[in-house]
Design a binder for this molecule. Structure first.
Ligand code: E4P
Length: 218
């Protein structure tokens, strides 16, 4: 499973990339707002750090303007994945971008049928929003399982399942078990995945015993 980070914070992306943990980045208009910076410069800086797909979302809702915005975003770097919403205009734009050979991330997916349509429209990635389904009392992970089953029924569909709206380390594990191709995780959750009290306790014990040996490896 590939790991993307879900943020427009360039400093945090740089830190995680240096650890060799990142396969890509996703952003959205809310994350750009949170960064307090311009989308074009932020995406350009991220693309300098990350070789993998960097999702940049259009803000238009009509096909013609989506195309113009998508082309402008794609001009920034070869690894930009144009992010479009799961609407009729978004899917139409997805088909056009895909036919032009561009990567497309179709976002705001909440049903398996929507994911099926996105795959038919040539999406590189479909982004089902797990946490937001959990928020309304559903089990978001069921959606990943349904999409996995449907895509596996039709091997000609090459769209990758990008589990989004990830809120907890458990979401990451469940997405992996359900067969998501990619998980996009906020930096705080990504860092939290590594922590376990028994790891810390075990390391302290090993270091204490090592000191008693008086040895040095170097
Ligand atoms: C994914 O592409 C979205 O940017 C993101 O995962 C949404 O997460 P949220 O529901 O926590 O805002």
């Amino acid at each position: 499973m590939k790991f993307f980070v879900d943020t427009a914070d360039v400093a945090e992306i740089g830190e995680l990339a240096a650890a060799g943990l990142l396969d890509g980045v996703t952003t959205n208009p809310s994350l750009i707002m949170k960064s307090g910076r311009g989308i074009l410069e932020v995406i350009a800086e991220i693309c300098e750090i990350i070789d993998g797909p960097v999702s940049a979302e259009v803000a238009a809702t009509d096909y013609d303007t989506m195309l113009k915005e998508g082309h402008k975003l794609a001009e920034i770097a070869e690894n930009v994945a144009i992010k479009v919403p799961l609407t009729w205009d978004g899917l139409k734009a997805c088909r056009t971008f895909a036919d032009e050979g561009r990567m497309v991330n179709v976002t705001l997916c909440f049903t398996a049928n929507q994911a099926l349509l996105a795959a038919k429209a040539g999406a590189t990635f479909i982004s089902p929003f797990i946490g937001r389904l959990d928020d309304i009392g559903l089990n978001g992970m069921d959606l990943i399982e349904e999409i996995r089953q449907i895509y596996d029924n039709y091997p000609m569909l090459e769209t990758e399942i990008l589990a989004a709206s990830i809120r907890t380390p458990n979401h990451v594990k469940e997405a992996a078990l359900a067969g998501a191709d990619v998980v996009t995780v906020p930096p705080s959750v990504l860092k939290g995945i590594i922590d376990h009290p028994l790891t810390d306790k075990g390391l302290s014990a090993f270091l204490a015993d090592w000191k008693k040996t008086g040895q040095s490896i170097l």
